[in-house]
Design a protein around this ligand. Sequence first.
Ligand SMILES: Nc1ncnc2c1ncn2[C@@H]1O[C@H](COP(=O)(O)OP(=O)(O)O)[C@@H](O)[C@H]1O
Ligand SMILES: [Mg+2]
Length: 374
Amino acid sequence: MTEPVRPDALRPDPALIRGRRQWPLPRQADPSAPLLEVENLAVRFKMPGGSVKAVDGVSFRLDDGEALGIAGESGCGKTTTALSLVQLLPANGRIRSGSVKLFGIDLAQKSERQLNRYRWREISLVFQGAMNALNPVQRVGHQVAEPIEVRLGQSREASRRRAAELLDLVGIPAARASAYPHELSGGMRQRAMIAMALACDPAIVIGDEPTTALDVMVQAQILQLLEQLRRDLGLSLMLITHDLSVIAETCDRVMIMYAGRVAEEGPVRRVFTAPRHPYTRRLLSAFPNIHADRRTLEVIPGQLPDLRNPPPGCRFAPRCAEAMAVCSTEVPAEVRFDDGVRVACHLFPSGAAATAETAAPLTVPAGAAVEGAR
Ligand SMILES: Nc1ncnc2c1ncn2[C@@H]1O[C@H](COP(=O)(O)OP(=O)(O)O)[C@@H](O)[C@H]1O
Ligand SMILES: [Mg+2]
């Protein structure tokens, strides 16, 4: 893969970020390898009516200290992509092909037992609705301390101290450490989940709709918290959300998924101001004002294809106003532009000069500008 252009040079130095790790890199790590490099990932779910091709040829990269937003309608494969990184998939799901390289180590080849070295310790997850993820009969302080003791082998006392620090870091007062989950507000529970996700000092935190169940004020506070943690701890984030304004406010790069594939990926500012893929343009025009309007994406006519039997060419073709004959027969190749955006769409044939200039004249939906995007 060629090195993408990065308009945002404000991120901390990767060496600095890795220098802040509390735990050494895994033994097989290649210190010069990118943080995370996913290539051609395909995930299937076995179902009575045939296998669901939930993720099909997804590639992306996450660098140290970077925040990558993943967006797309419900059912596009966002959660499946995230869960497959450390193979926390439901029992009927498995990685069919591709690689998931963390510090150059391919996690897709690891056994269940080996993966335990990476789950929570290198890649941790924050889900939507902390009530289901927290243990209702254990105090939150204990739930944060436990992984430190069990996974990192710290003493009970050290684990407890670290848990108190973490709770403080995410804005839970020390006195609340002895509370049970039901005694906390939705926002506080989500903070506790984030503290748990941070417990083992992971390199990557994945938030899967981490703020969706919360009201707008609390959402903003949780996003601010993630921002702050990213800055202070040098965390690398993957933020899955159907809310494009959240991505505009918090992420460096955005990956738009459609029906298990990447439609478009690139720097947030580029993708949101000059969207190229017709699907991205539809998504953005569903958000007339990315800051004020938090409508969801249901306004795009048509439905996702049946992923047991997806259309042979571009999966978006049946819903695409710009579809051509080739779109229903051939899978579009990913084309990389000189501004760091890549797009899989027959409107941009591979081999043509892929400069941002040639792409820019395409319709930019009125009002879809994202001034605040970084
Ligand atoms: N355990 C499962 N068994 C069968 N199909 C599944 C399972 N989990 C998810 N899927 C299917 O995989 C596709 C992607 O789902 P998901 O990754 O949850 O999408 P998203 O997170 O973008 O909403 C959907 O078609 C969904 O129905
Ligand atoms: Mg999901």
